[in-house]
Ligand binder design. Structure first.
Ligand code: HEC
Length: 145
């Protein structure tokens, strides 16, 4: 059995490798400060939208889940996010990642509507994971600060 100090040393070593900033391979995208703030505020709303979608799904309110997804995350959200203006400051890969996320959200909205009309109640969960996957992919590749 390992001694307590040895276990502590192992724990500290695992924290060190998990620290953000240590061997951070994400690409820094330099945005003008107000734009970065605007983007991060959108991001927080994205996360809030996921909460509302999950709550609606859990309550079997498929149309409500679809509406939140389309309006806040889907292709219909692009104008509200000032996406066209922001895109000019982003590398191509980041733009594509954003587009994939908005598309996945609009696909989710359709799948959720189908569930509401008698389709499988499980498919929306898979379609939602396809949205979250795009959040993860972009976060893994880019940072703004
Ligand atoms: C096109 C790329 C991209 C996509 C897609 C994306 N994000 Fe982000 N997000 C970022 C970047 C870049 C940051 C800033 C990270 C950094 O600088 O460390 C960020 C930060 C955040 C933050 C932190 C906000 C803050 O106040 O600091 C949250 C929360 C977040 N994203 C949620 C989401 C959610 C939820 C999704 C999917 C529905 C999503 N994001 C999709 C690029 C993206």
């Amino acid at each position: 059995m390992k001694s307590l100090p040895a276990i502590f040393a192992l724990l500290m070593a695992s924290f060190a490798t998990a620290q953000p900033g240590v061997a951070d391979k994400r690409q820094l995208v330099e945005l003008p400060a107000p734009m970065a703030q605007h983007m991060l505020a959108n991001m927080r709303d994205h996360l809030q939208a996921l909460v509302e979608i999950q709550k609606a799904l859990g309550a079997g309110q498929f149309d409500a889940a679809a509406a939140v997804a389309e309006k806040r995350l889907g292709m219909s959200s692009l104008d509200a996010h000032g996406a066209a203006h922001m895109a000019a400051f982003m590398p191509k890969g980041m733009q594509d990642s954003g587009t994939q996320m908005h598309r996945a959200a609009s696909r989710f909205a359709l799948v959720a509507q189908e569930a509401g009309a008698g389709g499988s109640p499980l498919r929306p969960m898979q379609a939602l994971a396809a949205v979250t996957e795009q959040c993860v992919a972009c976060h893994a590749a880019y940072r703004v600060h």
